[in-house]
Write a protein that binds this ligand. Structure first.
Ligand code: ATP
Ligand SMILES: Nc1ccn([C@H]2C[C@H](O)[C@@H](COP(=O)(O)O)O2)c(=O)n1
Length: 225
């Protein structure tokens, strides 16, 4: 019975630290981890490979059904295979993020990915990160967190992350992209980015990663629930 498997959801805007915090918390708990954004990014990348138009909703829905997405957790880093190809690095680009955000506004795409996300709810537990984990995918989750940080700090985090990878970017450009993605994710008609009513909101502006991990872990009364 999957509904009895405990779930912690961590939603929030781009760069709020969802992935970093979720992975660390899942590791400490020994739980599984769902990076739901990777599914939307994978469809975006597959659509790019097939040269699909991001305005062609029908083709994007078919692409969602046709795209195979597999997570390989055997190494140090989580690898994502899209249609059998390791697309991990391509998935993390700003282009893939923007495509994912556009595709994610199509209700049929969201519906097609629902069961794939719920299938991650496997014992001993799941930490799920995204935009609608607490509101739509796992509304019965035992713990819900909504992470935020100022747009400037999120752009700064992304700047440092990309610079470390040798990617040439500007702060102004990143800030613009973050604000545009926030607006698209929060204003779409279906499953918009917003905190669940019962989510604990944590503003991570000026807070280090370890402090945020501890705050999230402290929400779970017994850490081996
Ligand atoms: N509390 C924090 N303080 C400082 N840096 C952080 C913090 N949380 C995350 N970071 C850093 O910010 C960058 C972005 O974090 P992360 O990828 O986890 O964000 P995200 O919310 O999952 O973003 P996206 O939705 O775009 O995938 C990473 O380089 C990460 O190390
Ligand atoms: N649960 C989710 C997860 C992601 N998306 C969309 C919107 C995001 O801008 C894009 C990329 O997500 P990220 O990898 O940055 O977390 O995918 C969504 O609509 N719902």
């Amino acid at each position: 019975m999957t509904a009895t498997v405990p779930v912690l959801t961590i939603d929030g805007p781009s760069g709020s630290g969802k992935g970093t915090i979720s992975r660390a918390v899942a590791q400490q708990l020994g739980w599984h981890y769902l990076d739901s954004g990777a599914l939307y990014r994978a469809v975006g990348v597959a659509a790019g490979w097939a040269d699909l138009d991001l305005d062609d909703g029908g083709a994007l829905v078919r692409c969602t059904f046709d795209t195979t997405i597999a997570f390989d957790e055997s190494g140090d880093e989580l690898r994502v295979l899209v249609n059998g190809h390791d697309a991990t690095d391509e998935l993390r680009t700003e282009t893939a993020g923007a495509a994912a955000s556009a595709i994610a506004a199509i209700p049929e795409v969201r519906a097609a990915l629902k069961d794939r996300q719920r299938a991650f709810r496997v014992a001993p537990g799941l930490v799920a990160d995204g935009r609608d984990m607490g509101t739509v995918i796992f509304p019965d989750a035992g713990w819900k967190v909504f992470l935020t940080a100022s747009a400037e700090e999120r752009a700064d985090r992304r700047y440092k992350q990309l610079k470390n990878k040798g990617v040439s970017v500007t702060m102004d450009g990143l800030l613009r992209e973050i604000l545009a993605r926030d607006a698209r994710d929060a204003n779409r008609a279906v499953a918009p980015l917003r905190p669940a009513e019962d989510a604990v909101r944590i503003d991570t502006t000026g807070q280090g990663i370890e402090a945020v991990v501890e705050r999230v872990l402290a929400l779970l009364p017994a850490r081996n629930v």
